[in-house]
Design a protein around this ligand. Sequence first.
Ligand code: GN1
Ligand code: MG
Length: 369
Amino acid sequence: MPLYKQEHLQHISQQFRIYGQILHAELCKIGHINETYTATYEQGGVTVRYIHQKINQGVFKKPVEVMENVMRVTEHLRAKLRTNGARQCTRRSLTVVPTHEGQPFYVDEEGNYWRTFVFVERVQSFESVQTPEQAFEAGRAFGEFQNLLADLPGDRLHETIPDFHNTRKRFAALQSAIEADAADRVRKAKAEIEFALAQEPWIDTLLQAHAEGRIPERITHNDTKFNNVMLDWETGRAMCVVDLDTVMPGLVHYDFGDMVRTTTSPTMEDEPDVSKVRLQMPMFEALARGYVQATRDFLTPEERSHLAFAGKLISYTIGIRFLTDYLQGDTYFRVHRPDHNLARCRTQFQLVRSIAEQEETMQRFVEGL
Ligand code: GN1
Ligand code: MG
């Protein structure tokens, strides 16, 4: 981390209700959107850690609304966990550390929004799934998250990114990006574009089911990547889920679909060798068992009947978002190498193919749960 940033971060850190002195901070490389630092402090002779995070305002246009959602959600989770007699509540749900004025964020002199969380210790996250037990834990954790939020009182949460998982709108954005060809990359992505456009017949399935009142809106996480689940070092059990910026009204399938996308293939999201990308049935089965078990109280048979399809839909949707960003010159997702977004798109589309091949078996399994 460059020095000027350290000084800046020192200044930021002093705005929050943290006792003790900041010793050092490191940039966290996980995540394509926000800027995240792990900061170590000295407090009464021991070291403790906090997360400082700068919200990406290019992506989150209304950071105040983001933090309103985050506060309502984390406070509700904490209250429910306490009522349920859970131990180690600050390891089971994120805790926002307020500023000295009691605000959930600090706005710096450049207009950047910063927030601070208690660092959850003795947990780890993974970029790709290692065992079916982990897949089960991911399904259970996000299922429990939805279940705990099912009775959130008050107004509808803000839509922090409108139409976030609206595949039809994402499809239209892709079409515009192809038309504009702003970065002169259409010719390099010919095969991917062709594949993307050919899937159009099924992309409205869930939007239609929702419009017809067959599946309800719920409170969903919307970014249920496997690396957003924190697993206990010792027990391997999921302790908490992180990255709450997109918690908002949605369909349960957006969450389950993104879990299938990130928790069933042995590969990373940007695996260069697409022949390694595939949905592994044992992972899917464990994931679905964990999820269905945790959502038993509210999930309707109609919702359950679309779970297998959801994996294909969300892998496709994220795939066309990577493709669109590639065509537009990489303005949204952080990239670390040339053609990175194209590589990410290819793995998503390979997964779509793999799911399509196994969709009936997946469907039968879910129906039998
Ligand atoms: C972004 O950066 P991260 O991991 O929090 C994106 C998700 C994508 C994901 C793909 C707000 O999430 O929607 O699924 O990348 N978040 C936003 O890896 O766009
Ligand atoms: Mg995210």
